[in-house]
Design a protein around this ligand. Structure first.
Ligand code: HEC
Ligand code: HEC
Length: 628
């Protein structure tokens, strides 16, 4: 079967038939579920190849990964963790200073703005069911995630959580009334939960399934990225690990000058800093944390003294990758035999190889974040009571010809960007649709090329490349816990699932060439939309909703916009020379949860917009302040 030559309805059929050959559906009353939807427990889970070459203890690896993911000291400002943008059902849940414009687009955007319910959807039409109707307003915004203030990196300080650097002055919207704001990503944060099932990660798939030990870009990165210790001393070595997209992904943000880093920081420097600090040293860890509890420091913050990053790395990794005594420079050349580093540009092997440890550890932790106990999963495993009649109608509708949802959201993962799908016969790697990437008119192609773009080495993201074929296609997200992960789409332009249904009913926001195969003929009446939304709400795993193990976590203080002394005038952060010219942050506490989770459910994005649950009936309402 040669899918990519077909167009229109024939192609739809081809995809449906092809996915039909893949997964083993669970038997249930009323015949097999549509689109090969099955319990997530039946999904093909990737196992990184040649892991044992580097790793000797996978339990220790998960603990190291959880500490690194939640540790705000990883950020150059000592205040920004991976979890800062992935703390809420694996995604972001902040309202203020979260707006950006797509690359190359100028918007009437004010930095530090607080999103309001009325801002959504970003593109508002006279008739929400007709994408040719008059445009009432289109703000061309992206609801992204606030990272760090734009600063130049000077050096790390051993024993200190903050790096040395200098604030760089910029233009609006990153600056407001002369003060620098935290920069905002120009795509929305997807959830890290179930991301392990994605063959490639990021909306545009640029986190390769091949891990190079240093960058997200897989085989484009041919460098000898690590040092291995042998009888002849330290030798440079190439890393090439398949089924490891999450490791590729993880080595991106930590040095990224928008997300976590001052501009110019390198891995050995970050290694030196983290190895000198107590893991999670400024954050509370619950003594009943499902992974870190036994190591937690009951008297204060972080882990106990005997669980430093050095010890965690030594426990998890093979000694060939950290035990060498020689000292190297920033490019791995040997400077001297066993000795102490005598200046800030001399490194130990364990510092030099830090990207390898960081990527593999975070991948191992994220691989435990699997939400396979939703009511849909229970239903598909044979508990016919798990879904209400309305939700079962929604399931049928989700797989029906009127909705076409399972053309793209198919299989146990509810996305075809999965390993289950990739294992099917005749998958064409040069066909974006076969890879689970589709063009559905969320934004004009010209604004964001998605999989049609290039990686950090200027190689096309789609290989073998067919120019134009992947332009404007984005990874189909799996939909579990979607109730909790708004706003939706790569631009964060829809606040509610009802708005998403309107989007599909009008065949996307941008028609014509901005639409690809698989979308364009969706027909859903009001009753059917209600059914589908009910079905989407049944995709929540209670362990995610109440932050029970494995979704429990350390405390984290997150920046939620900047303090303004009067509207449009931020206050200055005069706490240190590094923060000169920078706006003062507002902070909100995400309290630590132990393995038993919280008493109240997570707040949805729509509830956040409307202030629902601020009375203590929801978790993560961002109403309790903290000091990072
Ligand atoms: C400043 C906010 C921010 C920080 C900090 C951050 N991320 Fe993200 N993350 C994002 C955004 C935005 C995306 C989507 C970007 C894209 O697709 O281009 C993303 C995407 C991801 C994805 C891909 C999920 C998918 O379905 O494709 C994973 C996994 C992830 N991040 C993990 C991490 C890890 C691990 C760290 C720390 C090393 C981290 N993030 C730090 C904002 C952030
Ligand atoms: C042609 C493929 C295709 C079809 C058909 C399709 N989707 Fe999607 N869906 C996608 C892609 C691709 C995205 C991400 C698009 C983007 O952000 O640019 C997405 C995103 C979503 C999201 C947002 C998830 C998030 O985390 O942001 C939801 C919810 C969703 N789809 C539900 C549905 C439902 C319900 C249907 C059926 C009415 C449907 N989809 C039909 C491909 C498809």
């Amino acid at each position: 079967m040669n899918c990519h030559k077909l167009t229109g309805p024939a192609q739809l059929l081809a995809i449906v038939v092809l996915t039909g050959a893949v997964a083993v559906a669970q038997p249930r009353a009323g015949g097999p579920p549509p689109g090969n939807i099955a319990s997530l427990k039946t999904a093909l889970l990737p196992k990184p190849t040649n892991l044992a070459q580097y790793v000797r203890n996978e339990t220790a690896l998960v603990a190291l990964g959880k500490a690194l993911f939640w540790d705000a000291q990883v950020g150059s400002d000592g205040q920004t963790a991976c979890a800062t943008c992935h703390f809420h059902a694996g995604a972001d849940h902040r309202l203020q200073n979260q707006l950006a414009s797509p690359a190359g687009v100028t918007t009437a955007l004010t930095g530090n703005r607080t999103m309001k319910a009325d801002d959504f959807p970003f593109r508002r039409l006279a008739n929400p069911n007709n994408n040719n109707s008059a445009v009432i307003r289109d703000t061309r915004l992206v609801a992204g995630s606030a990272g760090v203030v734009h600063r130049t990196f000077f050096d790390v300080n051993a024993g200190l959580h903050t790096d040395d650097g200098a604030t760089v002055s910029s233009a609006a919207p990153t600056s407001l009334a002369g003060l620098e704001l935290r920069q905002v990503t120009n795509r929305n944060s997807p959830s890290v939960i179930n991301a392990v099932f994605n063959v490639r990660n990021f909306w545009d798939g640029r986190a390769s399934r091949i891990f190079s030990g240093s960058t997200p870009f897989g085989d484009s990165d041919t460098g000898l990225t690590v040092l291995v210790n042998s009888a002849n001393g330290l030798q440079p070595e190439r890393v090439r690990m398949d089924n490891a997209s999450l490791a590729s992904q993880a080595v991106g943000p930590a040095l990224n000058a928008i997300e976590m880093s001052y501009n110019g920081r390198k891995w050995p420097k970050l290694g030196r800093k983290m190895l000198s600090l107590r893991p999670l040293g400024r954050q509370k860890v619950a003594t009943d944390d499902s992974v870190l509890g036994e190591m937690a420091n009951p008297e204060g913050n972080g882990l106990r003294g005997e669980y430093g990053y050095q010890q965690l790395i030594e426990q998890a990794f093979q000694p060939e990758y950290w035990g060498g005594g020689q000292i190297v420079d920033a490019s791995g050349s040997i400077l001297k035999a066993a000795a102490a580093a005598s200046n800030s540009n001399e490194f130990r092997q364990i510092e030099y190889n830090f990207a390898l440890f960081f990527g593999l550890a975070i991948q191992a932790y994220e691989s435990t974040l699997i939400s396979d106990q939703t009511r849909l999963d229970q239903f598909l495993e044979g508990n016919t009571q798990a879904l209400t009649a309305l939700e079962q109608q929604g399931l049928a509708e989700f797989g029906g010809g009127g909705s076409q949802c399972t053309v793209c959201h198919a299989g146990p993962e509810l996305t075809t960007a999965s390993y289950t799908r990739a294992a099917a016969p005749n998958v064409n790697p040069g066909d974006p649709n076969d890879l689970g990437f589709f063009r559905i008119g969320v934004s004009p192609i010209s604004e964001d090329l998605g999989l049609g773009g290039q990686d950090g080495f200027n190689a096309p993201l789609l290989l073998p490349n067919r120019p134009g074929a992947a332009d404007g296609t984005f990874k189909t997200p799996g939909l579990r816990n979607v109730e909790l992960t708004g706003p939706y789409f790569h631009n964060g332009g829809q606040a509610t699932l009802e708005q998403v249904m309107d989007f599909y009913s009008r065949q996307g926001d941008f028609g014509g060439a901005n639409l690809g195969p698989g979308i364009g003929n969706i027909r859903l009446n009001a009753a059917e939309r209600t059914q589908v939304v009910a079905f989407l709400m049944a995709l929540t795993d209670d362990r995610v909703k109440y932050e029970r193990a494995p979704f429990d976590h350390p405390a984290l203080c997150i920046p939620v916009g900047h303090v303004e002394t009067e509207p449009g005038v931020p206050a200055l952060d005069d706490s240190s020379p590094v923060t000169s010219m920078s706006a003062l942050d507002r902070w909100a506490l995400i309290p630590a949860s132990g393995k038993g989770g919280n008493a109240v459910p997570l707040q949805t994005f729509d509830e956040l917009l409307r202030g629902i649950g601020n009375d203590g009936t929801r978790a993560h309402t961002l109403t309790e302040s903290c000091q990072p």
